[in-house]
Design a protein around this ligand. Structure first.
Ligand SMILES: CC(C)(COP(=O)(O)OP(=O)(O)OC[C@H]1O[C@@H](n2cnc3c(N)ncnc32)[C@H](O)[C@@H]1OP(=O)(O)O)[C@@H](O)C(=O)NCCC(=O)NCCS
Length: 167
């Protein structure tokens, strides 16, 4: 059963744990200073997930630009994956975006990242483009994924999923 995650805003004292997860999760991790800086920028939303044993399990960083929520970073501690943590973090940022009137959530993902792609497609994101050579270490393309956050867009995506139109 999925733990009862607590989702809250990232705080300065979380950055050590967040950075440790970041280094374990990515071949080209953000430096600690990038997370500290994010906490001071007005249009950024940074969330963390805390498990029932008070462990910081995962985080999500996003920014709000015009009518978009741009998801910039998401990772979960290796020992706490496949328990619905990323699902909850994404659901929370989408809900936050909808409250603020955002029309879309948008993100980039390495095209070989099966775990993340499965997660996003399962949550109703669709591939809308490709950025060639977007990643270094190792070099690779990014797929651009988007999800409508408007009521009509969400209903349309649900209908397509139930009709088997979304792969
Ligand atoms: C991608 C990542 C964030 C997923 O976090 P998570 O908390 O394990 O994901 P969830 O438990 O919420 O998974 C939800 C669904 O996503 C899919 N999924 C997650 N991990 C998967 C994997 N390794 N393989 C296949 N599908 C996977 C499944 O459909 C899963 O549902 P299920 O467990 O009921 O089958 C995590 O693997 C991670 O931190 N990876 C390294 C960093 C990264 O790649 N971040 C994304 C950058 S774009």
């Amino acid at each position: 059963m999925a733990p009862d995650w607590t989702i809250r805003a990232m705080r300065s004292e979380d950055v050590v744990a967040v950075s440790a997860i970041e280094r374990d999760s990515f071949s080209d991790p953000w430096p600690d200073s990038a997370f500290q800086e994010l906490l001071t920028v007005a249009n950024r939303v940074t969330l963390v997930a805390i498990d029932p044993e008070d462990r910081l399990a995962g985080y999500l960083c996003a920014q709000s630009v015009a009518d978009e929520i741009q998801i910039q970073n998401l990772a979960v501690a290796t020992g706490l994956r496949r328990r619905g943590c990323a699902d909850r973090l994404l659901g929370s940022i989408e809900a936050e975006g909808m409250k603020c009137g955002a029309a879309y959530a948008i993100l980039d993902v390495r095209e070989t990242n099966v775990a993340a792609l499965t997660l996003y497609l399962g949550m109703g994101y669709r591939v809308i483009g490709r950025r060639r050579g977007y990643y270094r270490k190792p070099p690779g393309d990014a797929l651009v994924l988007s999800k409508s956050l408007t009521r009509s867009g969400v209903d349309q995506a649900r209908m397509e999923m139930s009709n088997g139109m979304v792969s």
